[in-house]
Design a protein around this ligand. Structure first.
Ligand SMILES: *Cc1c(COP(=O)(O)O)cnc(C)c1O
Length: 396
């Protein structure tokens, strides 16, 4: 395959001024990342700071109800509550090996901003997070977390004042500060080498799952399910299984409310090819080439693009991509809480919902692993509103 491409997708469609820092990252990915010294330090951080390996949890009650074996990969148990820390610790450490002293990052709901601020604080680096002004207002607790962790949060007033504008602004800031600064990109999308770099830091999810299934269940899973926003938790889970034809791979996009005329966050299922944020991939885009707004009950899936490797795996057919609506994700959220004592993130609830609603597609006893990408504590306000509950009263 052409460098930086996945089939026809991917590439590096950026202004000339961004090429030097991107080449520098690519160089570091090849020369620093594989070294024993780097890997040893990263393993130590992942194990003793972030909490790896994460457990693989068998769900006894849901398995009995569904007639399949349901297993959860517990990325929700990681420090800062989701898989994002795998990527930010990896990139921050790489940046330090490259001699950088500062990180910039974009964030939508604030989860990647928090994970970047955590990594920066731990490694003694400065951290600036660009966040759409609209999101700064909507996500006050994460803004507070970032500030407590020592990060500077810069509200972005351009465009729709949300994630895609924050990415544009962060890229601009990187151009100006590339001598000292690394851009810690938050998902397996963007220009080469980010889709590959982020996947390298996330594929620990799938590698651990392989070993844990072999050990616990005696064989590889029959199917693996993960939600797809930009695509980092899904590609991290899927990649170590790509060459195992016996393992079905299912990526779950957010269908939004599913009502006619409403927006969605499903560029693979409903989008068209186009260029966004430096990469040729599948996008929500209208006939004039304008990016359409995305919509989902889960902020982490609310992005109009997707990583180019997913666009390729969609086209090749190796991964099946499906859609789940807000209401089904909410139902899955509630069901996991009650049946298994785990509050999943609304993003992860999309993957779970597909498995719960499609269990009958699998032969009885099939082993199905759902990647629980994060925990649901951050989503309590949204869930409360969506379920029409009072703040506390309902439960008293
Ligand atoms: C950010 C986030 C996602 C979506 O991002 P990907 O890059 O698609 O993994 C999914 N789940 C959780 C919990 C998140 O915080």
């Amino acid at each position: 395959m052409k460098k930086g491409y996945f089939g026809e997708f991917g590439g590096c469609f950026v202004p000339e001024l961004l090429m030097p820092p991107l080449l520098e990252v690519e160089e570091a990915m090849q020369s620093i990342l594989p070294t024993e010294r780097f890997q040893t330090e990263l393993q130590d951080l992942l194990r003793n700071f972030a909490g790896r390996p994460t457990p693989l949890t068998f769900c006894p009650r849901l398995s009995e109800e569904l007639g399949i074996e349901l297993w959860l990969k517990r990325e929700d148990l990681l420090h800062s509550g989701a898989h994002k820390i795998n990527n930010t610790l990896g990139q921050a450490l790489l940046a330090r090996y490259m001699g950088k002293t500062a990180l910039v990052a974009e964030t939508g709901a604030g989860q990647h901003g928090v994970a970047t601020a955590v990594a920066a604080a731990r490694l003694g680096m400065r951290c600036t997070v660009y966040m759409g002004a609209e999101d700064v207002e909507r996500q006050a607790p994460n803004v507070m977390r970032m500030r407590l962790l020592g990060a500077t949060v810069i509200p972005v007033e351009s465009g729709t004042r949300t994630l895609k504008d924050a990415i544009n602004e962060a890229l601009r800031a990187w151009i100006a500060q590339q001598q000292t600064t690394h851009y810690c990109f938050g998902t397996a999308a963007g220009p080469h080498p980010f889709p590959t770099l982020v996947r390298m830091f996330q594929q620990v999810i799938g590698q651990e799952t392989r070993e844990q299934m072999r050990e616990r269940a005696g064989k590889l899973p029959d199917a693996v399910v993960a939600c797809v926003g930009g695509g980092s938790n899904a590609i991290g889970m899927f990649h170590p299984f790509l060459d195992e034809p016996g393992v079905k791979l299912i990526g779950v996009e957010a269908a939004g409310s599913g009502e006619p005329g409403c927006f969605n966050s499903a560029p693979l299922s409903l989008g068209v090819p186009g260029v966004l944020h430096g990469s040729l991939t599948m996008l929500l885009q209208n006939g004039d080439g304008q990016i359409e707004p995305s919509q989902s009950i889960s902020a982490g899936l609310d992005y109009p693009g997707v990583g180019p490797e997913h666009a390729y795996l969609h086209k090749s057919g190796r991964v099946r991509y499906v859609m789940v609506r807000d209401q089904r994700a909410l139902a899955a959220f509630e069901r996991l809480c009650r049946a298994e004592g785990i509050l999943p993130a609304l993003e992860s609830s999309h993957a779970l919902a597909w498995a719960l609603d499609h269990a009958e597609e699998f032969a009885p006893g099939s082993k199905v692993v759902v990647n629980l990408s994060g925990r649901g504590d951050k989503d309590l306000g949204i869930v409360r509103k969506a379920l029409g509950l009072q703040a506390v009263g309902e439960f008293c």
